[in-house]
Design a protein around this ligand. Structure first.
Ligand code: ZN
Length: 337
């Protein structure tokens, strides 16, 4: 009997310990008064020594009814020493959303701006961004697009005298002292002979980049389609492997082939669009490849941070409303993997 009582006492202590641990964990992220985790996701005070990617929600609002449907890419990377690199600038009508989030992050200078390709949902807010923020350098792809949005982008770079460089396969640059950005496409001359006005050709010319910090890596390749994905898999194979990736072309079925996802083997995949664009694509990532998947239209802005050890801390702005195959969201939008 004594033995049983002791056992019961020990079990009780263990339960209390588990409960208190859970409480500490759950309360480590503070919810804002509006019920969101906006402050937590944009808080840069713990970013030193880490590479952080913030996949900005630029989709209008936290609507769960999805009465708007549009794409828009804008990802803000901060280096371990605090430099800022923005990849793409969403649509022209999304500037306020980008601006508010950069302000909340305490950003006043964008050290590097990368334009993956010249479509309006990727460089749309560049002119306003460059009018308000000092931009240190621009990297772009080789596609000379014949749209007013692209002409305004070039004119602004010239007006502000921003150093601008076109990148090709094999190029690389340092983002600070420790983060390497390597380019896997397009090739030099690839834009020649393509249909300049074609949407698909323009998407396939998106800059494909791998961003590496010690043992951690992020992959981003704009809006490339399946044919281009297959070409990359064939040419680079395992070199493409990255822990975190942005789903190509806003998660549409034009892209995100199983071969490409297998080659990247992401632990985490983020889709940037106001909607979950394809259930089939979502299932490829989450069910077949067991990747943790996030959707800016559901999760809001998603912050993914790493000390370079292959481990990631993730925080979402909203708590996802749609679950089912997309996975049950963490109660405080925080994940450690
Ligand atoms: Zn796009």
């Amino acid at each position: 009997m004594k033995y049983r009582r002791a056992l019961r006492a020990i079990s009780l202590v263990i339960i209390v310990l588990i409960l208190s641990c859970t409480t500490v964990f759950a309360s480590s992220v503070t919810r804002d008064s509006d019920g969101t985790y906006t402050s937590a996701v944009l808080n840069t005070s713990k970013d030193a020594g880490k590479l952080t990617a913030r996949f900005l929600c630029t989709t209008g609002s936290q609507k769960v009814t999805n009465d708007v449907s549009y794409a828009g890419d804008c990802t803000v990377y901060t280096s371990p020493e605090g430099l800022v690199m923005v990849v793409d600038a969403s649509n022209s009508w999304n500037f306020n959303e980008i601006d508010l989030q950069l302000q909340q992050m305490g950003v006043d200078t964008i050290d590097i701006f990368v334009a993956s390709h010249p479509h309006g949902d990727h460089i749309g807010s560049f002119v306003e961004l460059a009018s308000k923020y000092k931009i240190g350098r621009v990297y772009k792809n080789s596609h000379e697009y014949t749209t007013n949005t692209y002409y305004s982008f070039l004119a602004k770079i010239q007006e502000q005298n921003i150093p601008c460089e076109t990148l090709y396969t094999g190029d690389s640059f340092m983002f600070g002292d420790q983060v390497l950005v390597k380019i896997y496409g397009p090739d030099k001359g690839e834009e020649e002979g393509l249909n300049a006005g074609s949407f698909m050709d323009s998407n396939d010319l998106s800059l494909a980049m791998k961003i590496t910090y010690k043992d951690s890596s992020f992959w981003t390749s704009g809006d490339i389609y399946i044919t281009k994905e297959m070409e990359l898999v064939e040419r680079f194979g395992d070199e493409l492997k990255a822990d975190v990736m942005k789903m190509n072309h806003h998660g549409y079925e034009t892209s995100n082939s199983k071969e490409f996802i297998e080659a990247i083997s992401p632990k985490v995949a983020v889709q940037m669009h106001s909607l979950i664009t394809s259930k089939t694509v979502a299932m490829k990532y989450s069910l077949r490849h067991k990747a943790l998947t996030f959707y800016t239209g559901q999760d809001g802005t998603v912050s993914i941070s790493t000390s370079g050890d292959g481990k990631y801390d993730i925080q979402t702005q909203y708590i996802r409303q749609i679950t089912n195959i997309y996975g049950k969201p963490a109660v405080d939008g925080h994940y450690s993997i």
